[in-house]
Ligand binder design. Structure first.
Ligand code: SF4
Length: 68
């Protein structure tokens, strides 16, 4: 699983950061993004995958993009 955020859609609500702080972060410049260590990385940990899916479901802006 790879995950990214469509920043043209992101409403910066912070839900994904609250649900899965392992993968998502709110940067100092106020942009929410995937942490550098997870950008373009194939996530294989089932627990992290589940949390990413929870964040995907919770995102009010449909801004989280998952590639299986
Ligand atoms: S949950 Fe969606 S809209 Fe909210 S900060 Fe994360 S990507 Fe952006």
């Amino acid at each position: 699983m790879k995950v990214s955020i469509d920043k043209t859609k992101c409403a910066v609500c912070g839900s994904c950061v609250a649900i899965c702080p392992e993968v998502f972060e709110m940067r100092d410049d106020g942009v929410v993004d995937v942490k550098p260590e997870y950008q373009g990385v194939d996530i294989t940990d089932p627990q992290i995958q589940e949390k990413v899916r929870q964040a995907f479901d919770a995102c009010p802006a449909m801004a989280i993009v998952i590639e299986e």
